[in-house]
Design a protein around this ligand. Structure first.
Ligand code: ADP
Ligand code: ASP
Ligand code: MG
Length: 418
């Protein structure tokens, strides 16, 4: 039997009516002759509520219990989806992660897949079951504890099942009808793309476009999964949505294909650190050990340089706002232990990161200049810049984030097909 994976995100299973609507889409594929693996998220808002309860109960929580709590939202929707399908005369049952079993590492809150054995599901399909409904976002560790894959992780569950079961396609049903040149909530000029390359989607996702979890794109690229994003609210067929695929399947030739943003960023500066070999390692080692995801880094001449007899520098880096407390603790501990010295730690928690992405940048000069001109024209000051082969990111004041996204979308004429 040909097999499809269909994933429904939180808004697509937000209430019983929406679950029925999603189930009808599953039924249509079964009637077309497919066996289907359905991956469900928790009802929208549920995971946030569960995370809130954990934080309120225990600010420095035991990550194993965090996972036990926050994974539960998906269990509810998996059961309800299976029941809804049964009501439609489709033979279906639900599976929690441990029942498959979805084997993961034991990094609670950010676990990675180790293996998804096919035996149990294959046996059910052989018995005549048409649909296996899987609770997304979760797995089980070698120690037998429930794990979760990080926020947005049901996308990754979907792609991992598509790879493990050789699915014809992995369809990600969500509240937008595809992948756009930027988040359509930020500008109505955002344009839906028919196709986007794995590389570009990987960059957009890792730079903040939460339409797909980064790891899901990574897995799809590695295992050549045909990954599609489409709306759960519209009528859809094989041509709907946006396909994430290899670069050579794409006809568009724009230099920049998308703009991404990450709203909750912080900029930290260690003022007057010694400028000597090993200093970066002494700073970023403890941050890494504390689990701080340091992103952009700049080392710059310290204002205090001329007053000092020894060479000194300032070290600036960015990280997500919710990791600032951890970063501060790690740096203060390193200072108290005599590993690093600094005069002050300046923290700016009102930053956001805006990035332009495009594989065309590999062969075109001038993208950075165009980007900086567009931001300057709107009076947006740039705090930090970072580049790679196919992206340029800037850290700016959060209050200018929407404006910057719109300005860059206009500057690179992303509303027009290339
Ligand atoms: P789900 O709950 O279905 O997983 P998400 O909220 O995680 O849905 O992702 C869908 C959202 O991603 C959209 O509503 C949209 O606001 C946002 N988004 C951000 N960037 C993009 C983009 N480039 N294209 C489409 N949607 C985007
Ligand atoms: N429910 C989880 C979250 O909100 C996983 C997901 O929806 O993908 O992050
Ligand atoms: Mg999501």
């Amino acid at each position: 039997m040909p097999l499809l994976v269909m994933k429904f995100g939180g808004t697509s299973v937000a209430d019983l009516d929406r679950i029925r609507n999603a189930a009808a889409k599953v039924k249509a594929e079964v009637e077309r002759g497919y066996d289907v693996i359905v991956i469900v998220s928790a009802m929208s808002g549920k995971t946030n509520e569960l995370v809130g309860w954990v934080n309120e109960t225990s600010p420095l929580y035991d990550a194993r219990e965090y996972d036990a709590v926050v994974s539960s939202g998906e269990n509810v929707t998996a059961g309800l989806m299976a029941l809804t399908l049964q009501e439609m005369d489709i033979p279906a049952r639900s599976w929690q992660g441990w029942q498959v079993p979805i084997q993961t590492t034991s990094q609670h809150g950010a676990a990675r897949f180790v293996d998804i054995p096919r035996t149990n599901l294959d046996a059910k399909f052989a018995e005549g079951f048409k649909v296996a409904v899987i609770a997304g976002f979760q797995g089980v560790s070698p120690e037998g504890r429930i794990t979760t894959l990080g926020r947005g992780g049901s996308d990754t569950t979907a792609v991992a099942f598509a790879a493990a079961f050789g699915a014809e396609r992995c369809d990600i049903y969500t509240d937008v009808d595809g992948i756009y040149t930027t988040d359509p909530r930020i500008t109505s000029k955002a344009r839906k793309l028919d196709k986007i390359s794995f590389e570009e989607m990987l960059e957009l996702a890792s730079l903040g476009a939460k339409v797909l979890q980064t790891r899901s794109v990574e897995l799809a690229m590695r295992y050549k999964v045909r990954l599609r994003v489409l709306s759960s609210f519209d009528e859809t067929d094989e041509t709907s949505g946006t396909l994430v695929c290899d670069e050579d399947e794409i006809m568009e030739s724009k230099v920049v294909s998308g703009v991404a943003y990450s709203r909750e960023e912080a900029k930290l500066t260690l003022v007057t650190v010694e400028d000597k070999p090993g200093i970066a390692a002494a700073i970023f080692g403890p941050l890494a050990d504390a689990g701080v995801n340091v992103d952009m880094i700049v080392q710059n001449i310290s204002e205090k340089a001329q007053d000092s007899d020894k060479p000194v520098t300032d070290m600036t880096f960015s990280c997500p706002v919710d990791q600032v407390a951890r970063a501060r603790k790690a740096l203060e501990a390193a200072r108290d232990a005599g590993q690093i010295r600094y005069e002050a730690l300046e923290i700016d928690e009102d930053a956001a990161k805006v990035s332009v992405v495009g594989i065309g940048m590999r062969s075109h000069a001038g993208v950075a200049a165009r980007m900086f001109r567009a931001l300057a024209a709107d009076g947006v000051n740039i705090k930090v810049i970072a580049t790679s082969e196919i992206k340029i990111s800037v850290l700016i004041d959060r209050k200018y984030m929407e404006l910057a996204v719109q300005a860059l979308h206009d500057a690179f004429e992303l509303d027009k097909a290339g």
